[in-house]
Design a protein around this ligand. Structure first.
Ligand code: ZN
Length: 544
């Protein structure tokens, strides 16, 4: 590939505050300038509306800019490198200077690792700019752009044009209407995780943080819990039974209270007044100075806020679109589509807490809470295939999982099939087609330890995807679109998304698939999974 002329900045300075993004990577044709196929003529360069002002706002915010572009016209001889450089000079004349230019000169038949959707250009751009792919956001107009970003572990924004295919729009986790709107949202998200300093700037004594629901929900709240922990002397976490094992893995938690919340659980027990009184008394005994209540976008923080008020907690922060009256002191609101970890971080920020120097907005686990990896599963670098999920709508159909196991094994991978004690039938069936059956052999920490040494994890939208993200292990995400991908995708880790993003279960939040045949996932070709694992092999292990 052609790289720019070494104009990169000096990279993130050690000891600086964590940020979401250091750099914005931009596709060229159809994103920065109007798409003129195989253009070698500077006179035909036409920026998209508002591009110059939008890019200047990114520059003013201290973000570095790179262009990442497929130019197969070079391989095909439609224009020369010299003509291309003239086009790029004209683009800089109109749009201002870019810190790096990364060009793939190959076409699809070359099998290079830089032509998008491969992640090579994104990694190269991050290197040129002295940062990591996870601190980059890429803006493009087709599915290849977003796929390249995700495969590198960067964020990807799709700004569709009339040429963008509907399935590419359906699959995008982050959509924007045009380049200026994209820039607004990048800057808004960047700003949202920066805390507003409190009146004194002093650490509070005890903060009660709350995250009910399942393991995955707890894991994605981890960065926000660390942010709170940085600003509090003691952190007490209230969780439900289904999130307890994950809560035990979160750094920054000093004490855990476990209690189900009937307004959060998907199959709730009736509200028991005595149990609520007991919980309220227990919360009062914490003696918290403040509470930060984390929820998913479809859950309400208000019933618990009332109990917290009755427990005497004076300062309560939560996200609430519903009118909270006197129940909240910090009422935070977040647009739809923001990744859950960032959504939670932005609430922590609104409550006055932010990640400390040296931390990063990524998922992390307490390493001292993980057991050693079992000796009998071989060296690191295997592929973990986790077919199950608490919600069957998000599980991989067993028949497909078996074919995936078979295809991965045939491609030379060592496959470990994982699942809970109640999933042993499925894991045995899948492993019989290829791989080692670890069904029922792991609790959550044990699974986390195995996932941490994997080369890749093949999994639906369920807890182990977030364990992989916490270990920096690439994910082949068999993502049932029952909830938005942009909110629940494995966070800041190399990912390939597979499955039909436009299937009828989309946005239904269904726990069991409402459509006969589970079509969102059953149409996945095992060869796609093998190819995804190959693509991700170049993106693994950022040493988290
Ligand atoms: Zn290439």
């Amino acid at each position: 590939m052609y790289a720019g002329a070494g104009r990169a900045g000096s990279g993130p300075v050690k000891g600086t505050r964590p940020v979401l993004y250091d750099a914005v990577l931009l596709d060229r044709d159809g994103t920065l300038i109007e798409d003129v196929p195989y253009n070698g003529d500077p006179e035909k360069v036409r920026p998209v509306p508002g591009a110059r002002a939008a890019l200047d706002r990114l520059r003013a915010a201290g973000l570095r800019l790179a262009v990442v572009t497929n130019q197969s016209g070079l391989a095909r001889g439609y224009f020369s490198e010299e003509q291309m450089r003239a086009v790029h000079a004209r683009i800089e004349e109109l749009l201002g200077r870019f810190d790096a230019w990364l060009v793939c000169p190959h076409d699809d038949t070359d099998g290079c690792d830089c032509r998008k959707p491969a992640p090579g250009l994104v990694h190269a751009a991050a290197r040129e700019l002295g940062t990591s792919a996870s601190r980059c956001v890429l803006v493009g107009d087709i599915g290849r752009d977003v796929a390249a970003a995700m495969a590198a572990g960067a964020a990807g924004v799709l700004v569709p044009t009339p040429m963008t295919r509907p399935e590419e729009i359906a699959a995008a986790g982050w959509l924007a209407s045009d380049l200026p709107a994209t820039v607004d949202e990048i800057l808004r998200r960047q700003q949202a995780v920066h805390a507003v300093p409190g009146p004194t700037g002093e650490r509070v004594g005890t903060t009660l943080v709350v995250r009910s629901d399942s393991a995955g929900d707890m894991l994605v709240t981890g960065p926000a819990v660390r942010a709170v922990a940085a600003g509090a002397q003691r952190v007490v976490l209230l969780c439900g039974p289904r999130g307890r094992a994950a809560a035990d893995l979160l750094p920054g938690v000093d004490e855990i209270i476990e209690h189900p919340l009937p307004w959060i659980d998907p199959t709730p027990a009736p509200v028991d007044p005595d149990a609520m009184r007991t919980l309220t008394a227990r919360l009062a005994a914490v003696g918290a100075d403040e509470a930060v209540v984390f929820t998913s976008f479809h859950q309400s923080a208000l019933p618990l806020a009332l109990l917290l008020r009755m427990a005497g907690i004076r300062r309560i922060a939560a996200i609430s679109d519903d009118y909270p009256g006197a129940l909240l002191d910090v009422r935070h609101r977040v647009p739809v589509g923001v990744p859950e970890p960032e959504r939670a971080l932005s609430l922590a920020a609104a409550a006055g807490h932010r990640l400390p120097v040296g931390d990063e907005p990524v998922l992390r686990l307490r390493q001292d809470a993980l057991p050693p990896r079992p000796a009998d599963i071989g060296d690191p670098g295997y592929v973990v295939l986790h077919p199950g999920s608490d919600a069957s709508s998000r599980a991989c159909p067993p028949e497909l999982a078996a074919r995936i196991a078979e295809a991965l094994t045939a491609a030379g991978h060592r496959v470990l099939v994982t699942g809970g004690p109640d999933e042993r039938d499925v894991t045995a069936r899948v492993a019989a087609a290829g791989g080692t059956d670890l069904g029922g052999r792991t609790d959550l920490p044990g699974l986390a330890a195995i996932v941490a040494d994997a080369g890749a994890v093949v999994v639906g939208n369920t807890g182990p995807a977030h364990l992989a993200a916490a270990a920096g292990v690439p994910v082949v995400s068999l993502f049932a679109p029952t909830v938005p991908f942009g909110q629940w995708a494995p966070y800041r880790v190399p990912t390939v998304r597979l499955g039909d993003a436009g299937a009828p279960c989309r946005d239904t939040r269904a726990a069991s698939c409402p459509v006969p045949g589970h079509p969102c996932l059953s149409g996945i070709d095992p060869a796609e999974v093998v190819e995804a694992v190959r693509v991700l092999a170049g993106s693994g292990g950022d040493g988290r």
